[in-house]
Every structure is written in structure tokens, then in C-alpha cells.
Design a protein. Sequence first.
Length: 131
Amino acid sequence: MPGRPQPVSNVLPSTVTHDPGKYADRVNAAEWATLGQEDAPEGFAEDARRVWDQLHADFPQGYFKLSDRYPLAKLCRLIAKELAGTITSKQEDRLLTLFGKFGMMPADRSRVPVPPSPQLKLNDEWSEFTN
């Protein structure tokens, strides 16, 4: 019985180039629908909504995908509980796990793909020497 399709990141690059049609639907992961700030779940508590807005402001545009909606909602609720001081130790463990999943811990940042940000152009007298 065949297994589930593997994501392209688990497949050797030579395999993708050898049979590009087989992996065509999985190669362009950057084109997946992104999760916007306005996509907060219905009935979200006000404190969790503030965390949701803050996370969207802190991370690059396009970082969160639609498939991240429910884990991100859970993360926002747990951060709100942490800020209110009502978090349990089990919830705190879950919060640290979600931090890692979203690349918010230093050791996990290298595993999370981030879209390149445009270079800022400085218009001052020293900009010609720094580039």
C-alpha cells in the first residue's frame, strides 16, 4: 500500500529534478495562501486578539499560512494567559512547544523558512560606502 505523499523538503533534490511532474503540486509552497491579520477566529477574546495583532506586526508579511490558523490561535490564547498570570505548568509547556513550532526560539529559527525581506535603501552621505 503506498504511503502518504512526502513534502518536497523530505525528497532528494535529484529526485525532484528527475521527475518534476510528480512533485509539481508541492514545490511552490511559497504560493500557499497566507494568513492575514484580519483572519482571526470568530469569538476570539480581546486579550488574545491583541496578541494576534502583535504577532502579525512582529513577523514578516506572509510568514503565517492558512494552515497555521488554529495553532496560531492556540498560541495567542496561551500567550494571553501567560500575560494575565493564569497559565498552568502544563499550558506553559505547550506554549514553549508552540514557540518552537513557529520558530520563536533561537534554536528553532533556522528550521523555519522566512521570505526574504527587501533591502532598505538609505539616502544619506554614508550609504555609498556601506553597499
